[in-house]
Unconditional design. Structure first.
Length: 347
């Protein structure tokens, strides 16, 4: 495959934002040590220590997601808040492992994005002219969605597995949690459109978690994407995180969500984009398939996306599965749903 190079490149610079964010993470750890000292002296200090601890955990988790190459700063104080982005710990083990060496047709590729970063990926040649771009979740890499890619490749599709910026073999030390990665997907679409073996009118996207968020938000502004499958999509904006209005703790949750989004904006250095709920309104008449796993807030979130989207749309709910475990539980049914969806819209 030919390589696509951006006309505009940027010199490599020291990332002072990363250094600043590291300082914040280290400060949180120092703060935790001070909290322990206060608790040892008196349990009454828990009144103010507990909320500060919660904010500290969120800060470390956001730092870890924004800088996935950093040393994990949350070894034992991990808390899975539904209000924060998905954890690399939960995303890395959801799918069966496949040895890439067992795929003889797989070739490494690179794409120069508009920000001057070299994005890495792998191309698997199919026997038709349609292609599916595969997007992984936070803290992992393109190979994490290789099982789904193989299921589609077995039906003849060309496959492009991308490592998003700051993940896998792609350049960058800062992930924007999908906010700016929509531009990376647009550059990837431009890349495959220039390939002789690909029909520019037969491009589909599959995204898991953060990849689903990127795929949905990009599809809203890119007509070249003919259909999108989003599995366990993550939120992107404060409106996306709004949650259940009937929850008696909604104002506390809203405050934590507000803190999370503002902290993310500050660490990344940009404002939150248009969210998933607003974006899916613009995808019609191109179809989408949503895969919703879990119960509670995750299921509620999947239904909110489905309700906001216009026809044609479909949703497959798997309440017995954890985040992204649909393929792991039902590989044959999952593969059939993926293949049937793309077969219908690309052929």
């Amino acid at each position: 495959m030919e390589q696509l190079h951006s006309q505009k490149t940027f010199p490599k610079k020291r990332n002072w934002r990363l250094i600043r964010n590291w300082f914040v993470a280290l400060s949180v750890w120092v703060g935790f040590a001070i909290m322990i000292i206060f608790v040892v002296h008196s349990l009454y200090h828990l009144i103010w220590i507990v909320p500060l601890y919660v904010l500290g955990v969120i800060t470390l988790r956001v730092f870890r997601l924004i800088h996935p190459r950093a040393i994990d700063p949350v070894p034992f104080c991990y808390v899975r808040w539904p209000l924060t982005p998905d954890s690399p710990r939960t995303n890395s083990c959801r799918f069966p492992k496949i040895d890439p060496a067992s795929i003889p047709d797989m070739k490494p590729i690179t794409i120069e994005n508009r920000a001057g970063l070299t994005l890495a990926g792998h191309f698997i040649s199919g026997n038709n002219r349609a292609i599916i771009i595969m997007l992984h979740g936070a803290g992992t890499e393109g190979m994490n969605v290789l099982p789904q890619a193989i299921a589609l490749h077995n039906r003849g599709y060309n496959i492009l597995l991308m490592d998003l910026r700051a993940h896998g073999k792609s350049e960058g030390d800062t992930s924007t949690l999908g906010w700016s990665e929509t531009d990376d997907l647009l550059d990837t679409v431009g890349y495959v459109q220039k390939h002789d073996g690909i029909d520019a009118d037969k491009i589909g996207v599959f995204g898991f978690s953060m990849g689903g968020q990127i795929g949905l938000r990009t599809s809203a502004k890119c007509q070249a994407i003919r259909g999108i499958v989003a599995d366990s999509t993550s939120p992107a904006s404060l409106e996306d995180y709004r949650g259940d209005s009937n929850n008696p703790w909604r104002w506390v949750i809203f405050g934590l969500n507000f803190f999370t989004i503002r902290l993310t904006e500050w660490m990344i250095g940009r404002k939150a984009p248009t969210g998933v709920l607003k974006s899916v309104e613009e995808i019609s008449p191109r179809p989408m398939l949503l895969i919703s796993t879990g119960r509670g807030k995750e299921r509620l979130w999947g239904n909110r996306i489905f309700k906001a989207a216009r026809e044609p749309k479909d949703i497959w709910e798997i309440p017995e599965a954890l985040h992204g475990e649909g393929f792991k539980l039902y590989p044959e049914k999952y593969s059939e749903k993926l293949g049937s969806f793309f077969d219908e819209i690309l052929f």
